[in-house]
Design a protein around this ligand. Structure first.
Ligand code: NI
Ligand code: MN
Length: 230
């Protein structure tokens, strides 16, 4: 399994001979080095409805005939937009042709915002995602605050690698993410959802130093760079 970070929460995963993009936010993401039009994907996994996680999903889905995987309401929204979509719910898992996906809880909100009508479309519960394939398991926490049931994720699924938000303000900050890394029993952590905008500025290097003190490998991936899950 190989992962490529594209800045913010966007992660590209190559597993089981398929290509998956999680939370595509590229064209208006100031840190991304690729455009949505360049992405080749078979599946798109969305953790929640916010624009900084879904904005390029429809473009990528249409150009690749890709299948979206998301919580039921967000999945239905994609179907209404002519996108092939597979709905799931928190706690549920399903085996796809590339491997297994399970949605976990996330403490956040989830909606699709319509500025013109000043309204929100309810997008279901926000989620994290566990992807297992090629003998490895990764955890993408989505946008979330810290929650102690992350200990259950550690006990039940013991991910090899976790993508954890450290940006603070909208999600966990670095201090909480360190606990999340310990509780999920991961060996390797890649920080996400930081330094995209001034509001979520954090020292990613310092976070990896703090990880090392706890016997966890923290890797600060620059947008566009890849890591092979060991
Ligand atoms: Ni969000
Ligand atoms: Mn976000």
């Amino acid at each position: 399994m190989r992962v490529t970070y594209h800045g913010h929460s966007t992660v590209y995963v190559e597993v089981g001979g398929k290509r998956i993009i999680i939370d595509p936010f590229l064209n208006r993401n100031p840190t991304a080095v690729v455009k949505a039009e360049e992405i080749k994907a078979d599946y798109i996994i969305l953790t929640h409805g916010h624009g900084d996680h879904t904005e390029d999903a429809i473009t990528i889905a249409k150009q690749n005939k890709a299948t979206v995987i998301a919580v039921h309401e967000l999945s239905e929204y994609m179907l209404w937009n002519g996108i092939d979509s597979h709905g799931m719910s928190i706690g549920g898992g399903y085996t796809f042709d590339f491997g297994h996906v399970r949605l976990t809880q996330a403490f956040h909100s989830s909606s699709i915002e319509n500025e013109e009508t000043q309204s929100f479309i309810y997008a279901g519960m926000p989620a994290g995602v566990l992807i297992s394939g090629d003998g490895k398991t990764i955890y993408h926490a989505g946008d979330t605050g810290l929650f102690s049931d992350m200990k259950l994720i550690g006990e039940l699924y013991t991910p090899d690698l976790a993508f954890l938000p450290i940006g603070d303000n909208y999600t966990m900050g670095p201090r909480e993410a360190l606990l999340a890394a310990e509780w999920t029993k991961v060996r390797t952590v890649i920080p996400i959802h930081y330094n995209t905008f001034p509001l979520i500025r954090q020292d990613g290097h310092q976070f990896t130093v703090e990880c090392a003190k706890r016997g966890i490998r923290g890797i600060e991936l620059t947008p566009g760079s890849s890591y092979t899950v060991e």
